[in-house]
Design a protein around this ligand. Structure first.
Ligand SMILES: Nc1ncnc2c1ncn2[C@@H]1O[C@H](COP(=O)(O)OP(=O)(O)O)[C@@H](O)[C@H]1O
Ligand SMILES: Cc1ncsc1CCOP(=O)(O)O
Ligand SMILES: [Mg+2]
Length: 272
């Protein structure tokens, strides 16, 4: 197992500024996401202070990407119409300068999404977010996880995440017990969070939407993506303290996303 060498620190003030900017501007976030997690994802964005819209139909997905503050492309259940909508949205997002996030859910042995994920990899995503197994597949260094779950560690994905970032120009984020965020040159680790996020479906998918929301309010995609992870992690910690299990955690997590403010992020986020 490789040890991760963080090479950059985002200042607590920058993290706090990202949260303030999010709350001040209520970014409009287009989600082209899977049928399992759309409702949870919309609730997570609303609780955090963003405005979600699940606009994935060809014929309108591109128009929406042009006016959105940020777009999420999540490949969890990529039926044919949604695949066309995703490509339309990405083309329009790139033309309009809308930041977009690729979450290549369960990429690897599932052929349809894997082919699409590699096509999207080459279309200038602003950020790529996934678990370690997903990131390793996109970096052409792994066979994939077990369904939507990772079978690889964040540590083993670290060097591949940096290579993927350099190859694509995207910020690459790997989630797990600690999260790694890299642009290929600067690498940041975000500690904390809650393992209960893995016991509620959409814990990773909604994080992709939060990344899109933070990318909409900060010019440096690395700082924005780190802020998204630190914010999400702080909310998860707050929620875990109040919860008896996955059910109460899901409810408490929404409350916590609304309650975590700039000052809390400054004090609680542990980065190295
Ligand atoms: N053992 C853990 N302890 C704390 N947080 C965790 C743990 N495992 C995952 N997380 C958090 O859960 C969220 C989803 O991560 P993950 O389960 O890796 O994504 P995915 O659902 O895409 O596989 C992230 O915010 C991550 O930091
Ligand atoms: C269970 C499932 N099946 C297809 S997409 C999906 C949701 C995956 O959510 P997450 O990646 O956030 O765990
Ligand atoms: Mg996932």
């Amino acid at each position: 197992m490789e040890s991760i060498a963080p090479s950059f620190v985002v200042s607590p003030g920058e993290l706090a500024d990202c949260v303030s900017a999010l709350r001040a501007s209520t970014p409009l976030i287009q989600c082209i996401s899977n049928s399992v997690v759309t409702n949870f994802t919309a609730n997570v964005l609303l609780a955090a202070g963003a405005s979600p819209a699940m606009a994935d139909l060809p014929g309108e997905a591109g128009d929406f990407a042009a006016i959105a503050s940020g777009t999420l492309i999540n490949l969890g259940t990529p039926y044919a119409e949604q695949r066309a909508g995703a490509l339309e949205a990405v083309t329009a997002a790139n033309a309009a300068g809308t930041p977009w996030v690729l979450d290549p859910v369960a990429v690897g042995s599932l052929r349809v999404r894997t082919e699409l994920a590699f096509e999207l990899r080459g279309l200038n995503p602003t950020a790529i977010r996934g678990n370690a197994s997903e990131i390793m597949v996109l970096a052409e260094s792994g066979n994939g996880g077990r369904g939507v779950e990772s079978t690889d560690s964040v540590e083993s994905a670290a060097s591949h995440a940096r290579s993927l970032a350099l190859l694509t120009g995207a910020v690459v984020a790997v989630s797990g017990p600690r999260d790694l965020v890299t642009d290929g040159t600067r690498t940041v680790l975000v500690h904390g969070g809650s393992s209960l996020l893995t016991r509620v479906t959409g814990g990773g998918c909604a994080l992709g939407a939060i990344c899109a929301a933070f990318l909409a309010v900060h010019d440096d995609p690395l700082v924005a993506t780190v802020a998204a992870h630190a914010f999400y992690s702080a909310a998860a910690e707050r929620a875990e303290l109040l919860s008896n299990g996955p059910g109460t955690f899901a409810v408490n997590f929404l409350d916590a996303l609304a309650l975590v403010g700039p000052q809390e992020l400054k004090e609680k986020a542990v980065l190295s």
